[in-house]
Design a protein around this ligand. Structure first.
Ligand code: ZN
Length: 322
């Protein structure tokens, strides 16, 4: 960077995903003075990006890009471009001349979870287990007040390996999460395993990904967010690579690391026990919705809530009669 004559009109641009490993000398004043941080887009950003990619694609009157923005939290520009493209492919395949909102929502799932793998035939027992597992997740969100509403539940396997999933769409984009919301999130993640344990008296490998996510959240609560009483406000883990991997490193003694593991384990255990309690108390509604899902394979959040409210009303009228 040395050797440039400051009277010449040269400016230099650089881009990196790893600002953390840049030579400190490069970052001294007079080198790269202005930094433009390009983070994942927020809701408004996603809607604007969708508009750019939607410009040259024909869309019908059902399309609502604001709703798409809400459903794509965490997606980057390339994902969004890919979604519009997938939606267009879907419309063309079905012989239509314009993209509909349904094409777009299907495209979100294709990009996140892969295409539907209709030729994978699950045995009746496996299919039933997946149905109860997914409804376990969804039911916790309906029973807990801090959860995001369910948009869709499906047990059609997808090419990226999932056998089913619950799609949740927030009512608005949030930048902060409260402790209660995080605990509800972990409880929801463990709800799938809890439903298996309650209804089949055994557990399957299906919860591996849920456990991974739940553990990461619980760990961050203990080490980064100061949400664990025994460590108070002590920061125990540092984020080393915010942009790419999100890798963290512990900055504490080995004894503390052991204590962290114990705290994380206790937190997960408490959430799992809460999931078991909630689902045991609502076993009837769990079974009813899971059987319906087993039959239909995909249900909407509205259908889910309809059965939920129906069973709840019946329970109320029975207890009133008694
Ligand atoms: Zn699950």
């Amino acid at each position: 960077m040395d050797g440039f004559d400051s009277s010449k009109g040269i400016f230099m641009l650089g881009a990196t995903n790893r600002p953390d490993v840049l030579d400190k000398a490069l970052l001294r004043p007079g080198r790269f003075d202005r930094r433009v941080i390009v983070d994942k887009p927020d809701l408004k950003g996603r809607v604007d990006i969708l508009k750019v990619h939607a410009k040259n694609v024909r869309m019908d009157e059902t399309v609502d890009l604001d709703a798409m923005g809400l459903a794509t939290s965490g997606a980057v520009g390339a994902d969004l471009a890919n979604m519009i493209n997938e939606a267009a492919i879907n419309a063309v395949k079905q012989g239509r001349k314009a993209i509909s909102q349904a094409d777009l929502l299907e495209a979100v799932e294709v990009v996140i979870a892969g295409k539907e793998k209709k030729d994978r035939i699950l045995s009746a027992v496996e299919k039933k287990t997946v149905a109860y597992h997914e409804v376990g997740h969804a039911l916790i969100t309906a029973l807990e007040k801090n959860a995001e509403p369910v948009q869709k539940i499906t047990i059609v396997p997808r090419t990226m390996g999932s056998l089913g999933y619950v799609m949740q769409v927030p009512e608005e984009e949030k930048y902060l999460m409260t402790k209660d919301e995080l605990i509800t999130r972990i409880t929801t993640l463990l709800g799938g395993r809890a439903a298996e344990a309650i209804c089949f008296d055994t557990v399957t490998t299906g919860a591996a990904n849920d456990m991974e996510k739940a553990t990461a959240l619980a760990r961050a609560m203990v080490t980064q967010y100061g949400m664990c009483d025994s460590f108070g406000l002590m920061s125990l883990e540092k984020n080393e690579d915010t942009y790419l991997t999100g890798r963290t490193s512990l900055n504490c003694s080995d004894q503390t690391a052991t204590k962290i593991d114990n705290e994380v384990n206790a937190l997960l255990k408490a959430c799992y026990e809460r999931a078991i309690k909630l689902l045991t108390e609502n076993k009837d509604v769990l079974a009813k919705i899971a059987d319906y899902l087993y039959e239909k394979e995909t249900i909407t959040g509205a259908q889910f809530m309809e059965i939920y409210n129906e069973v709840k009303e019946q329970e109320c009228s029975i207890s009133e009669k008694n």
